[in-house]
Write a protein that binds this ligand. Sequence first.
Ligand code: NCD
Ligand code: ZN
Length: 352
Amino acid sequence: MRLPGLIDPHVHLRDPGHTYKEDWYSGTASALAGGYTCVLAMPNTSPPITDSSSLENILEAAHGKVHCDYGIHVAGTSNNTSTVPALSDKASGLKLYLNDTFGDLRLDGLHIVNSHMSAWPDNRPVLCHAETYMAAAVLMLAVLHRRSVHICHVSRKEEIDLIRAAREQGLAVTCEVTPHHLFMTKSDIDSIKEGRYMVSPRLNTISDQNALWQAIADGVVDCIATDHAPHTLLEKDSRNSPPGFPGLETSLALMLGAVREGRLSMNRLIELMCTNPARIFGLASQQETWIEVDMHEKWEVKASQFYSRCGWSPFEGWQLQGRLKKVVLRNKTVYDRGEVLQHIRSGKNVNQ
Ligand code: NCD
Ligand code: ZN
């Protein structure tokens, strides 16, 4: 079966800074091997992407290494409220961290979030990591500034209920959920080795998970985003396990499984994994670009076979059904029968 190339609006590719976890080669190969022909990368690299020189550097780092199309989100900080808007055409969005995260980008105070929401052009996306009360705070600011806002990795019933109510009032709020929150709850923590289950937002309850599936059925969720956040096993198994799960190579098969079980239609999957992210982030449609999947093939998750450099998966050993066979990007076959064609690196920056 043929589907459009998938778009992931939320990945962490670690380059520059932590290339032993992932880099532009491995991260975009992992994307292709998951059926993604475009990924939007988060700014919590080292250094973080907060100004024009760090943005130029990351674009330089990516150039020529990239297997799929890509965009870069820039980060709001306490120092760049007046300067970062000048980057709005070169970036795929402005990321605001209102909760703790990997890296130092958490914003220290509502007044800074307020200034960013006011200064960033209202026709360009603002993405917020905003859990529990913080979700209410960003919705209020979006109302006051009469602008849209995109809420990342929604994981709780109370958050999705709030977003549903805001949309009923006509607010321009969009949101994404991750496959790990759709397929795992905190009751899975025991079966994943201690430390490895650390993820931000954390795994929540079955009632939270049911609310996310209901919101998918009701059209309240706009996107599936992997929040691909690779860390090595050594780091995950250490005492200070950093939060984050890799997800690029498991999300399509998990979602195809949900289609087979009747939890959503194939059309809805295409909306969540392609058309809605393209619309929200203003991406031009990828011409002559498609993927081919075998809906019946069964396979077992073995992270040792993945392209991601981090070498593990929270879904290790899961039996999945539905497998990617081929990826064609601008009329060129770039993935075929389990192999990323490594010599072809024709990914383009979507904001150039
Ligand atoms: C992300 C990371 O490792 O960069 N971790 C995670 O658990 N999602 C950070 C983030 O998205 O907050
Ligand atoms: Zn993230």
